[in-house]
Design a binder for this molecule. Structure first.
Ligand SMILES: [Zn+2]
Ligand SMILES: [Zn+2]
Length: 242
């Protein structure tokens, strides 16, 4: 039986780089490494335009920001927000595996999704740096990796933007989502600092995290960068709980 040149090349590549879908393990049909299969892709609820500049979610009303952002009366110190999918179904599964099931390898598939969905808009903002939201050292030690940093590094590689983990967490802030808005803000006061004497003047920064729920953590991190002189901060997250 004749096999095509493409199939032959795929079988050669498979020996070096895994071509299986990183989520379900099925063989991907297009032969591209580190990409989700068509079935998994079809189950992800990608964010559809028009986009909310407050959270990167779908703009669901007639206002400048989505109803969740309006309800939150949130501080949104960033200029723009990019999010790939909704925190539901296969998207939620993907984030859970990435965060809690020791699957830092998923970062490359997630970065490919981010480039596919938000690449053009991100290029348009001409970022100088990507900065991941840090984990508290204790949490990072227990999880052995910071998922936001893994995602940021994978995305930086394919988007060709340098990644600098400049932010550090000063204090343990616990589970933000269980607190009221007021409590969250006071809890996050002084939570971050910049660990290197890097000059951020005139820098356009893309701040990266895994999931955006209320946005309080991202707001505190963005304010730290702006206070240090950054000219512009935008945010990129994998998923939005909307
Ligand atoms: Zn799959
Ligand atoms: Zn919003």
């Amino acid at each position: 039986m004749m096999i095509s040149l493409k199939q032959f090349l795929i079988s050669c590549i498979r020996k070096i780089i895994p071509l299986e879908c990183p989520l379900c393990g099925n063989t991907t049909n297009d032969g591209a490494p580190n990409t989700l299969c068509r079935d998994c892709l079809a189950q992800i609820e990608f964010i559809q335009p028009p986009y909310c500049p407050g959270c990167g979610g779908t703009l669901d009303g007639i206002f400048e920001m989505c109803s969740d952002c309006m309800k939150e009366e949130a501080r949104r110190p960033w200029k723009n927000a990019f999010t790939i999918f909704r925190m539901r179904g296969a998207g939620r599964e993907l984030v859970h595996a990435f965060k809690y099931q020791s699957r830092p390898d998923l970062a490359r598939a997630l970065a490919a999704l981010a480039l596919m969905r938000c690449g053009e808009a991100i290029r348009h903002e001409a970022f100088d740096l990507i900065v991941p939201v840090p984990l508290h050292w204790w949490r990072k030690m227990r999880r052995s990796y910071n998922q936001a940093e893994e995602f940021a590094r994978a995305f930086g590689t394919i988007a060709k933007i340098p990644v600098r983990p400049l932010l550090k967490r000063k204090k343990w802030t616990g589970q933000q989502s269980r607190l009221t808005r007021k409590q969250r803000i006071s809890n996050l006061k002084g939570a971050f600092f910049i660990n290197r004497s890097t000059n951020l003047k005139k820098r356009a920064i893309l701040l990266v995290d895994d999931v955006m729920t209320t946005g309080s953590t991202l707001a505190a991190a963005a304010e730290t960068l702006l206070k240090a002189g950054a000219e512009k901060v935008c945010i990129l997250t994998l998923a939005r709980r909307q």
